[in-house]
Design a protein around this ligand. Structure first.
Ligand SMILES: Nc1ncnc2c1ncn2[C@@H]1O[C@H](COP(=O)(O)OP(=O)(O)O)[C@@H](O)[C@H]1O
Ligand SMILES: [Mg+2]
Length: 272
């Protein structure tokens, strides 16, 4: 059965696009057929992070508007046979994404893919609502800082109220992905503690992704970090997160300060 997953946050710059690419690739590495879909009309970032920007001919809006077939717009990944990208338009108006059109594209994608991973734009307006609309499961990307946690809390409210699943009276499955986690700053008390974020948002933890140069390098070479640096700490955390989405139970690790040199295990919390 296919699953539509939305990667959302409210706030911009927290790591949604990075996480969409990394989790999408990790799910495809496990053999699933995966489509990553860029809903961030106007910014068009996901194609860059996937290294597919020169191959974009048609995009999500063309398919929504009936100007291109889904198969014409999907771009197969150069590295993984089961990974595809449906890019966003850089030039078209956001309003060209009609809600009926998006519903039809999501239905079509469900026919061919195991996972459809939707990269949401920032904010809590129309674009973000369209991205979450057809989701079966949500990954709420949050940085350990007050403004990000506050925006995530608002997004959780939207997920429970404004999605098709919520309107059918069904429970919306939500997972917290804590990203850009800086162990040294956490230890100095300059960031919110993992426990505090969990307490405020009260949704299960899917993973903690450390702040890492490996993510920036991956972005620069146009390859998801889970493919280009699979042994790096952020990639391993993303790979574990993808396995948890597939139902595996894996111990949760809190990245520790490198100078201390060990990985702390998070006891007393059940993994998502
Ligand atoms: N774990 C990380 N370590 C270091 N930089 C990161 C990490 N996650 C994201 N970034 C960087 O933060 C910036 C914003 O990330 P992005 O995924 O585009 O966020 P969003 O899609 O939420 O706006 C990018 O420059 C990205 O490379
Ligand atoms: Mg983005």
């Amino acid at each position: 059965m296919s699953q539509v997953l939305v990667v959302t946050s409210g706030k911009g710059g927290v790591g949604k696009t990075t996480s969409t690419a990394a989790i999408g690739a990790a799910l495809a590495m496990n053999g699933s057929r995966v489509a990553v879909v860029d809903f961030d009309v106007g910014l068009r970032n996901l194609d860059l992070v996937m290294g597919a920007e020169r191959r974009v001919v048609y995009d999500l809006i063309n398919v929504v508007q009936g100007e291109a077939k889904l198969q014409q717009a999907l771009i197969r990944d150069k590295r993984l046979e089961t990974l595809y990208l449906l890019p966003a338009s850089q030039t078209r108006d956001k309003d060209a994404l009609t809600s009926e059109g998006v519903a039809r594209v999501m239905d079509d994608l469900r026919e061919s893919f195991d996972w459809i991973v939707c990269d949401s734009p920032a904010g809590i307006e129309r674009g973000a609502l369209l991205a979450m609309r057809h989701a079966d499961v949500a990954v709420v990307v949050t940085n350990p800082e007050v403004s990000s946690v506050r925006d995530s809390d608002r997004i959780i409210g939207m997920l429970d109220a404004k999605t098709a699943k919520a309107e059918r009276g069904e429970y919306m499955e939500k997972h917290l992905l804590l990203t850009r986690y800086d162990a040294a700053r956490a230890e100095r008390g300059q960031m919110l503690k993992v426990e505090d974020v969990l307490e405020i948002l009260s949704i299960p933890l899917l993973g903690i992704i450390p702040e890492s140069e490996a993510v920036l390098n991956a972005s620069n070479v146009g390859c998801p970090v889970t493919l280009t640096a699979a042994d790096s700490a952020p990639a391993r955390a993303y790979i574990d997160a993808a396995r948890r989405l597939e139902g595996d139970v894996i111990p949760m690790m809190i990245p520790a300060d490198k100078r201390v040199g060990f990985m702390g295990k998070l006891f007393g919390r059940r993994a998502a």
